[in-house]
Ligand binder design. Structure first.
Ligand code: NAD
Length: 491
């Protein structure tokens, strides 16, 4: 791996309001070039313990004493500070992930600020149920609930939308009065530490937000989930990691919220708006180089339009501009790491072994520049696989889909639902009755009709089966990040 300057910057942990180094370090690599851009301070067990202790102290101290409106004001200040440092966040996210600057500017960073604003507003607007309850003696009782923080929340996040997914959990957790210890992905550590600077600027009290860097097993991730003073764990990542975390937290019966993997289907009916569906599916397959948990890897197209659709999707795929993440016109960046590229390329090989017809891509692009050292793969479309093929069943998490024909609505629903995952689906039809009917049969957490990746942040988000446990979003987040204390007063 080519190395960058020998004086690369150090990305530190953030514990009790201080930026601290670790006893060991690991490299942060720019996936577009393979160059080491920073060193990351790895938190050892003792530092994770210090972070948890500081979070606990914050609950008893300044942060724990804040009123709802004070907490909401702090969250708005965090959002303001993110917006003030917009370019800085975009640059850090692009360097860590290799995603195109246009995408980070349109999606990742604005959503981070929006996450803080949405939960600040929601917290202030939300009440809880209260009932005048009848009693046999006629005097009655007043029964109501109050919201209390869970305590210290451990937050573990992946690399695909690092800041967006981190703040999606940090914002509601802080809104509810918890303190947090976050463990960002080892692949994308920069924006969590940058957010710590913003927390300081916004006056978030020391200990309310802590960052520990490191890996999963036998490193910061596991030290955090097994810590006895962590009261709840919220995790986004692979289903197998969710299972491992579940085993770790089982002994202490901590509440968990898991947003896990997917093998999402898109169903394209012959009555769809053809151009809109082609553009929509292309985005659903290739956005962020296919590294969004909601991306469609299985596309089912009604027989009559199958050939025309595959041809049009091929044209879309081949028109995508791959390359320099900092170019404003770039549409596809690299995969996150050489290991992940090996994994995706192993699926490209497997697809051919399983009998796939390669419609487009299937290999590695050549640039003749520094990007040849990056972890790029071609956007890829297959047809011809059996529904039982591993490439149709397993999450690949790259810019790739398999397109298969279907004859009837029933067949399409059966094929789409034939998976252990259940995160998302999209349906493309101009018949809205059909849209509703099919959407209600999807065994997933979210179904889109004639769109993809569009969601009001106040609505529930999560998956069924291997795709997760619980729902976050709007009140669902506030409910996960709080204990509801039911109080009944005899009048
Ligand atoms: P991953 O599971 O490998 O890692 C996620 C995080 O977990 C990292 O911070 C990692 O260090 C940590 N970790 C790993 N093992 C651990 C352990 N034993 N204990 C504690 N922490 C541990 O996932 P990834 O490769 O970073 O992300 C890609 C996956 O995330 C895909 O499967 C994708 O579908 C999924 N994802 C899901 C959603 C969703 O909302 N459902 C969103 C984004 C990504």
């Amino acid at each position: 791996m080519p190395r960058g300057s020998s004086r690369v910057k150090l990305i530190q942990n953030y514990v009790d309001g201080n930026f601290v180094s670790g006893k060991s370090r690991f490299a942060d690599v720019n996936p577009a070039t393979g160059v080491v851009i920073a060193e990351v301070a790895e938190a050892d067990k003792e530092q994770v313990d210090q972070a948890v202790q500081s979070a606990r102290k914050a609950l008893r101290g300044d942060w724990g004493r804040k009123s709802v409106s004070e907490r909401a004001a702090h969250l708005h200040r965090v959002a303001d500070a993110i917006e003030k440092r917009f370019d800085c966040f975009v640059a850090a996210e692009v360097a860590d992930t290799g995603k195109p600057i246009a995408l980070a500017s349109r999606l990742d960073v604005p959503r981070a600020a929006a996450n803080f604003r949405v939960f600040a507003n929601l917290l202030q607007a939300s009440g809880l149920e209260s009932f005048q309850t009848e009693t046999p003696d006629g005097k009655g009782a007043l029964n109501y609930a109050v919201r209390k923080p869970l305590g210290v929340v451990g937050i573990i996040t992946p690399w695909n939308l690092p800041l967006l997914l981190l703040t999606w959990k940090v914002a509601p957790a802080l809104a509810c009065g918890n303190s947090v210890v976050v463990k960002p992905s080892e692949e994308t550590p920069a924006t969590a530490t940058l957010l710590a600077e913003v927390m300081q600027e916004a006056g978030i009290p020391d200990g309310a937000y802590n960052v520990v860097h490191g890996f999963g097993p036998n490193s910061a991730g596991e030290f955090l989930t097994q810590h006895p003073n962590v009261n709840a764990v919220t995790f986004t990542g692979e289903s197998a990691t969710g299972a491992a975390i579940m085993r770790t937290v089982a002994a202490s019966v901590k509440p968990v919220s898991f947003e896990l993997g997917g093998k999402n289907a898109a169903i394209v009916f012959e009555d769809c708006d053809f151009e809109e569906a082609v553009r929509g599916i292309s985005e659903a397959v290739f956005l962020n180089t296919g590294q969004v948990c909601l991306c469609a890897e299985r596309v089912y197209v009604q027989q009559n339009i199958f050939d025309r659709f595959v041809e049009a999707l091929k044209r879309e795929a081949e028109s995508l501009r791959l390359g320099a993440p900092m170019e404003s016109t770039t549409q596809l960046g690299p995969l996150i790491s050489s290991q992940h590229r090996d994994k995706v390329l192993s699926y490209y090989r497997l697809a051919r072994e399983e009998g796939a017809i390669t419609v487009s891509g299937g290999g590695v692009p050549e640039f003749g520049t520094e990007f040849d050292h990056g972890f790029y793969v071609q956007p890829t479309i297959y047809t011809g696989l059996a529904e039982t093929a591993r490439c149709v069943k397993e999450e690949i998490f790259g810019p790739v889909c398999h397109v298969a024909p279907f004859a009837s609505e029933e067949e399409a629903v059966a094929m789409a639902n034939d998976t252990k995952y259940g995160l998302a689906a999209s349906i493309w039809t101009s018949n809205l009755k059909r849209g509703h009917r099919v959407a209600q049969q999807m065994n997933v957490g979210i179904t889109w009709v004639n769109c993809w990746f569009l969601r009001d942040l106040r609505t529930p988000f999560g998956g069924v089966g291997l795709s997760g446990i619980g729902r976050e979003g709007g009140m669902h987040s506030l409910n996960f990040y709080s204990e509801l204390n039911n109080i009944c007063i005899r009048l």
